[in-house]
Write a protein that binds this ligand. Sequence first.
Ligand SMILES: [Zn+2]
Length: 95
Amino acid sequence: MLTEILTDQQLIKLYTTPGYLVAVDYPKKEVKLHTVDCMLADPISSVGVKPSKARENKTGEFWYSESRDEANSKAEEIAKNKEGYTYTICPICNR
Ligand SMILES: [Zn+2]
């Protein structure tokens, strides 16, 4: 099931659950697929995504799914529906 991630806390709780994160960065026009245990998908890490802040500043959106196929479909759909967005699979956690 696809779940929208609205807060850092929500994502931190998912860290030990196998699954995938779709991270959408509005300013960069980027859609990225991560595993939830990727350091770039970890709000605690300085380089990680920050859903709470992104939502507050309207700079991004985040989706979680246990299924890679489902997360991938969502990422492709977002990239297709938004003008000029690119979709990439994170090179760090791609496996
Ligand atoms: Zn990653």
